[in-house]
Design a protein around this ligand. Structure first.
Ligand code: HAM
Length: 448
């Protein structure tokens, strides 16, 4: 007869062990703008990382991983947005002012210089890196505060062939994956062109009552970085940007020639692009080429809010970080957005393992024996799944079906006594009894 314990009265021992209510976490929800990756979402992201990694290696890029934390000063100098708000800053016990990286590019450059790669590797050096990035951004759809980027950077090449190569690789990748994109390109010209352009933009936004129409963020940015206003997605700011002066009218001869060369390359390579004179990108370190990859909606409209990636030339950034004059160009792809787009288009990301076998068991003793059989099969290289807890055959067969297994092995009381196992072909439903000794051979025969 089982002992009945009244629920209402806590025993002295229970009272001692239980955690006081005041100590239980009140809020166990995730931090804003972050997400957990469970099961398929995790697999999808891992698959895309692996695919991109082998893709970039094939194009001659060398992989590196830099720390998630870097000196905050680096990011504060080279970022357009209000970094004070966007950067997650930390002070270490040694008083170092650190930040969670808001992009990979600058860490890659820092590491390139730290390890003298410009002296030990033939220029141009192609590097790529994959990892999490943190930005304390305004919360909105498809903008996370922690997300994953893959970056490809080419250091030590001053000619437009480098950006043509990058744009072409991403274009080819999207073609391989069946993703429809439109490449947006623009030129921001050399620093001198940008200086003149900025002054013109300030006058435009301050003139004809325009200032009162722009959002508060843009008001703050106007004097320090007027090009940031062209990047704002607030309704009023978007419509004002329509009538704003265009950078193309401020390009000098060299910048024009540079851009024409790039366009020539893209035409030759068959890349579909759109010349977008308002594309300035969200970062302050670019010169000459900038580009973005916009996915197309089902009715063929480019979706600027969901750019899958972007990049450009940053000839002055390496010098700003290290004092060394080395030109650079690169791009970053947002992996969460890519996974979303691939899923949305029903494009298969991670293939289920082929020839999956499900091992079902029907008693306490069978559970133990099935664990041993599982090990034997795994060691032989079979892809096996099982359920240690389920007792009902119906449930286990449903799971086997869901996993699209080819074969289900069933171990019940009778099979345990006979040292046999039931082998069920999931497509035909045909079942046969196999001696356990012969199981491996039988499976090899069936799955080959
Ligand atoms: P970015 O345009 O800031 O460029 O980011 C690149 C990509 O990261 C975007 O196109 C988007 O797919 C993804 N992304 C950006 N912010 C978010 C977010 N909050 N949530 C989800 N995905 C996001 C850069 O980061 C530059 N470092 C690119 C570069 C590399 N330029 C030269 N080299």
């Amino acid at each position: 007869m089982p002992k009945i314990v009244k629920k209402t009265k806590e025993t002295e021992a229970q009272k001692k062990d239980s955690i006081p209510k005041s100590k239980i976490l009140k809020d166990v929800s995730r931090a804003l703008g972050t997400k957990d990756l469970l099961a398929n979402d995790f697999e999808n992201l891992e698959t895309i990382k692996k695919d991109l990694s082998s893709f970039f290696k094939r194009y001659g890029f060398v992989q590196l991983e830099t720390p998630v934390m870097e000196k905050a000063e680096m990011f504060k100098n080279n970022f357009r947005r209000d970094v004070g708000k966007e950067l997650y800053e930390i002070t270490s016990d040694k008083g170092e002012k650190l930040a969670l990286r808001s992009e990979l590019t600058q860490g890659i450059i820092r590491s390139f210089i730290d390890h003298n790669l410009n002296e030990t590797m033939p220029l141009p050096v192609r590097l790529f890196s994959i990892g999490p990035v943190f930005r304390q951004e305004k919360l909105q759809s498809s903008r996370y505060r922690q997300f994953t980027q893959v970056n490809a950077e080419i250091l030590g090449e001053a000619k437009p062939v480098a950006e043509a190569f990058l744009i072409y690789t991403m274009f080819s990748l999207c073609q391989d994956w069946g993703l429809d994109i439109e490449v947006q390109i623009n030129s921001l010209g050399k620093n001198e062109c940008q200086k003149e352009y900025r002054d013109k933009l300030i006058s435009y936004y301050k003139g004809r009552g325009n200032r009162s129409k722009i959002c508060n963020e843009c008001k703050k940015n106007l004097n320090k970085d007027p090009m940031a206003l062209l990047d704002c997605t607030e309704k009023e700011c978007l419509s004002l940007a329509e009538g704003a002066p265009q950078i193309v009218d401020f390009l000098d001869e060299d910048s024009r020639e540079y851009f024409s060369k790039l366009v020539e390359y893209l035409d030759e390579l068959g890349v579909k692009y759109n010349f977008n004179s308002r594309l300035v990108r969200g970062l302050n370190y670019y010169n000459d080429t900038v580009f973005e990859f916009w996915p197309l909606s089902d009715n063929g409209q480019p979706q600027y809010k969901y750019a899958l990636g972007g990049g450009g030339r940053y000839d002055n950034l390496v010098e700003k970080i290290s004092g060394q004059e080395i030109s650079g160009v690169g791009m970053a792809l947002g992996l969460e957005r890519m996974v979303y787009k691939l899923k949305d288009k029903n494009l298969i990301l991670f293939p289920q393992p082929e020839n999956l076998i499900f091992l079902a068991q029907l008693s306490e003793k069978a559970k133990l024996r099935s664990m041993q059989i599982f090990e034997e099969l795994r060691k032989e290289g079979f892809n096996v799944r099982n359920s240690f807890v389920a007792n009902s055959l119906k449930k286990q067969l449903e799971e086997a079906k869901q996993l699209q297994t080819r074969i289900c092995l069933i171990l019940g009381k009778k099979e345990l006594t006979d040292d046999t196992i039931l082998l069920r072909d999931m497509d035909s439903g045909v079942q046969e009894i196999i001696p356990q000794k012969k199981l491996i051979k039988e499976l090899q025969k069936k799955l080959n």
